[in-house]
Design a protein around this ligand. Sequence first.
Ligand code: CA
Ligand code: CA
Ligand code: ZN
Length: 480
Amino acid sequence: MRSKLCIGFLAVVVFFALFIPVCGAVLGLHGPEAASPVSLVPSDRLLVVAPHPDDEVIGCGGLLWTALQKGCEVRVLYITNGDGYWHATERVFKRVFPRETDFISLGNLRREEAIAALSRLEVPQDQAVFLGFPNGGMDRLWGDFWSPERLYRSPHTRQQSSPYPYSYRSKAPYCGSELWSEIIEILGSWRPTSVVLPHPQDTHPDHWATAAFLDLAVEGLHQGSLGEKIPQRFYYMVHRGKWPAPYGYDPVRTLSPPKGLEGLGLWTPFPLAEEAVVRKRSALEEYRSQLRVSSKFLMSFVAKGELFCEFPEKKLPLTWPQLIEVDGRTEDWAGLDPLSVEPTQDNIVGRLESSGDFSAIWGCDDSENLYLRLDTQGPISSRTLYTVFLKIVNPDTAVYPLMIQINGRRVKCSISSLQVKSAFRSNHLELSVPLTFAPRFRTDLASSQLISVQAFSSRYVQVDHTAPLVLHRATPVSTP
Ligand SMILES: [Ca+2]
Ligand SMILES: [Ca+2]
Ligand SMILES: [Zn+2]
């Protein structure tokens, strides 16, 4: 009886020791007094990445100003000039059918607005870097326009390279590999200690694709560099359904994580001082071209604090040889956890076509293959096309894209000689990709430690896609 009491007492102590701090952290999540992981010290070098001019203020204008007050260095990287916004061009230039030059003029105007907005936050103009990539095309550059042999043409400006004389590289060609090399160069020379970037579950293709490029580049630069600390990454959300509802100006509101994403990643608020909130509002007011079309949406980000998400590093588990059998059955995955859980029923097409609504992505490798498993909300259908994009990052940061398409029993790989296998059963699709490629390819999975994985589903139109995911493979055995 006494020992039972002792055990009972111990259990209570253990419960309090283990769970109360966790509950405290969860409960304190939205409180202004919550300790933020975004701690700023004067030696910090903060790189803020904005897909479009205005995202830097929407997502982290308050943080930018606060960082400067604390003596940190800040730099803002604009991936596009926001030159594909039809509605804004139409309103600003009062033309029902804007011309190509009108879109370029809008790009120039948004850059001027960005510089004015940054001055409200006391960010020096020379810390703003404009890359001049095409608004609305970032997902295409990440996906099928990677190679410089085929350039993307903006449907708005009709350009295949940056038309802006002040862009980081003049006449930067519109392809993924060019953007990749510019990002690697900027990260490598400026050496940020923190990177603030779009959330990978942001539904705007320019936003999630920006996250994909930056995430992989940050990790690509730091692979193998022992000792040097990898920059901390803080992700901000802009576009996610009706978030942050209700739209409109309410500076005393607190932002909560978007619906369905509460448990994915660690969300932490960054409380803002009153002056930071005022500065953020006045910076947003400089974006006159945007306020004309979406003032209520923009103003809803003026809040008591900003909200950032963090993710743990994802390691690809190394399993026993042939533990996974590509047969559609999932008993062989029993000892593993999903690499990423995906929100379900979060868009109209996915709700109608549940065979394409991804719910989780799994992965592992053994000495011969990379194995992936895609889980969907409804049973896998042979009428739905599943596409997996892999990016293989070599130790020298060169990137090799690989595309695999699965349609029923048909499997197609961009390297046709690669024996990719796939099988499905109910809500699960398994596939295996050989780690070793023929020597004529300058890379393979076996010699790389870093890959990016993203899955898409479509049936006439795109149904769903997973967030781009960076995976670390166990240290490869060097091949002769
Ligand atoms: Ca299996
Ligand atoms: Ca989904
Ligand atoms: Zn944006």
